[in-house]
Design a protein around this ligand. Structure first.
Ligand SMILES: [Zn+2]
Ligand SMILES: [Zn+2]
Length: 91
């Protein structure tokens, strides 16, 4: 096993899930089932694996829904305007 980057006298027990750096037991930052070397790496990991992250997936689904509602509203207004124009022209 390689040694910990912060403690060259210690053997690493894990590797950061984000940057792959070897880390010792003391330096491990746990988040769920994954281990990281720092908080920054957790953030980086959450960003890059957002698709598999439940929370972000839900957040994205919500954003998509909002976009769909906006699209439908725009579409609805366009239809209403067309219907109104059609009614106005064919009176
Ligand atoms: Zn890292
Ligand atoms: Zn260490």
């Amino acid at each position: 096993m390689p040694v910990c980057l912060k403690h060259p006298d210690r053997e690493s027990t894990a590797r950061c899930c984000s940057c792959g750096k070897p880390i010792c037991r003391e330096c491990v930052v746990r988040r769920g089932r994954s281990v990281f070397c720092s908080e920054q790496c957790i953030e980086e990991f959450m960003r890059t694996t957002g698709r598999t992250n439940g929370f972000i997936a839900r957040e994205r689904a919500f954003q998509r829904k909002k976009l769909l509602v906006r699209l439908l509203t725009t579409f609805g207004i366009a239809i209403a305007a067309l219907a109104f124009a059609w009614y106005y022209l064919h009176r």
